[in-house]
Write a protein that binds this ligand. Structure first.
Ligand code: HEM
Length: 330
């Protein structure tokens, strides 16, 4: 028997015992209250209490470890209802238990407790309510086990794609004027999807590259790409970048383009930021400058370099370009 099945068995056995004890209490409290009956009632109530403890403890273990995980249950309306009903039944059960315990003094002396009829009626009424509560708990249990009423957790809203493009543009603009440092590259790189971009621009050679070559290609290409983009923005001092009106992406949209216009004193450049939705938010995977994709331009340039000098030659060419740019403080 697996641990999960054992837990399910204990949960059900304790739940059945709990219901059986409530039913027994209802029958016992109906007839004439003799010493034997009063003792049986006390015993039934003690077993009821133990069963409730086992149901709760095993239920909590199932919630946390043996079934679908706490986050599932705490986003499930029938589970919350079930737990609330369990607490309500627990509170209701206080009254009969206090009454039964008050009979112990008489029972110790071998006498039947003298209980007025209205109190017995009140005990019966409370037990009826407890049974009704348990019936609802079973309904909730069946619903929750089948995923009915599961409310998907609200995911933190991703920053809008325009926001990502604007943030990168603003940072780039500032950096381009003061030089692209390694710290700036580390800060900006996560806004781009280099895991997609580098294989795209390296082309078929990526498949042949060793793991260490891939790391080097990725590192050098990141620097080249970010510097090229920063260079584009810093090409003239009076540059201004204007974005179109923001558009809310549809829930199933995974890729989109954010349009911007780069205005310089003497001309205008149309820029499209191509973004894709990833687990960590919208990321830029390409840039189109006046309709020409930077990734495609790099792709043909890099393919020629790989043909002439191999993958290591491409790595060296990219590294040399970065060294020159760093020396020129961009
Ligand atoms: C009188 C109290 C309770 C009764 C009668 C009861 C009854 C049941 C029943 C009949 C099931 C099986 C549902 C199905 O598979 O169709 C079940 C499952 C379960 N119960 Fe309870 N339960 C009670 C209290 C609790 C409490 C207090 C907890 C948590 C603290 C709990 C946690 C669970 C969990 C996690 C499952 C597994 C559901 C699944 O398969 O996803 N139960 N319960």
């Amino acid at each position: 028997m697996t641990a999960a099945a054992l837990m399910a068995f204990l949960h059900h056995a304790a739940a059945f015992a709990l219901v059986a004890m409530l039913a027994a209490e209802l029958v016992l409290v109906r007839g004439e209250l003799t010493v034997a009956r009063a003792r049986q009632l006390l015993r039934a109530d003690a077993i009821f209490g133990i069963s409730a403890g086992v149901v709760l403890a095993v239920g909590a273990l199932r919630v946390g470890w043996f079934e679908k995980g706490a986050s599932y249950y705490f986003h499930n309306v029938p589970f919350i209802a079930k737990l609330s009903l369990f607490v309500a039944v627990g509170l209701l059960s206080i009254y009969p238990t206090v009454q039964f315990l008050s009979w112990r003094a008489a029972l110790k002396q071998g006498q039947a407790p003298q209980v007025p009829e209205h109190k017995l009626r009140a005990i019966r009424r409370v037990i009826h309510w407890e049974l009704a509560g348990v019936l609802l708990i079973v309904l909730c249990a069946a619903l929750m086990a089948r995923g009915v009423g599961f409310v998907a957790p609200v995911r933190a809203a991703l920053p809008a794609p325009e926001g990502v493009a604007k943030k990168v543009a603003a940072e780039m603009l500032a950096l381009a004027r003061h030089g692209m440092t390694e710290a700036a590259i580390a800060r900006l790189a996560p806004e781009f999807d280099f895991a997609r971009m580098t294989p795209l621009v390296v082309g078929p050679a990526w498949e042949r590259a060793t793991p260490s070559q891939r790391v080097q290609l990725n590192g050098e290409f990141q620097r080249v790409a970010l510097r090229t983009y920063a260079g584009l923005l810093a090409s003239t001092p009076d540059v201004a970048l204007e974005f179109g009106p923001p558009r809310k992406p549809a829930a199933d949209e995974t890729e989109l383009a954010v349009h911007a216009q780069l205005r310089r004193s003497d001309d205008k450049v149309e820029i499209d930021y191509l973004l894709e939705r990833t687990e960590e938010g919208w990321k830029i995977y390409d840039l189109r400058v006046d309709g020409a994709s930077l990734a495609s331009t790099w792709r043909s340039e890099f393919a020629a370099q790989v043909r002439e000098r191999g993958i290591d030659g491409l790595i060296e060419a990219l590294a040399a370009r970065n060294r020159r740019a760093a020396a020129a403080a961009l």
